[in-house]
Design a binder for this molecule. Sequence first.
Ligand SMILES: [Zn+2]
Ligand SMILES: [Zn+2]
Length: 160
Amino acid sequence: MGKGYLFHCDNCHYTFEANLGIGFLFLAVYKNTIKEIQKGKYGIKIKDFLLDYKDAAISCEQVLFQCENCNSLDSGLDLSMYLPDLKYEKKLTNIYDYHLDFELKSKYKLYSKYPHLCKKCGSTMTIYNEDELEELISQNKFQCPVCNKELEVSLSLMWD
Ligand SMILES: [Zn+2]
Ligand SMILES: [Zn+2]
């Protein structure tokens, strides 16, 4: 089950809500995402990656994005590209079989991160997963994209 985070600015009343992690429908989300990548929805590089590597895996965790330039927040699928770590015995898998993030982090190697770009200014966005976000929240590291004051972050709900 995923977690919902609510970002709120006391100064200008900017709010942003993000659902992070994975939900109960993860299996279907994974399969659909692979199909969309194959259709070219996410660009040529990640599409070719799936064509070139039959044992490829994609991170389909919901993550937070923050623009390195204007601090804009967004959320969506991580889409980092992974290949099996050869240290581990290879199981025969179907490209549509889902992979959870802890499996990717332990038994796979990061091939490339997906380049998420800011919808506002086109700059690179930094990807934060749930754990990284918790760490940053405890340090009060989020600035309001509108007025640059510190954002308050609270847990808003559990989603599925
Ligand atoms: Zn931006
Ligand atoms: Zn603000």
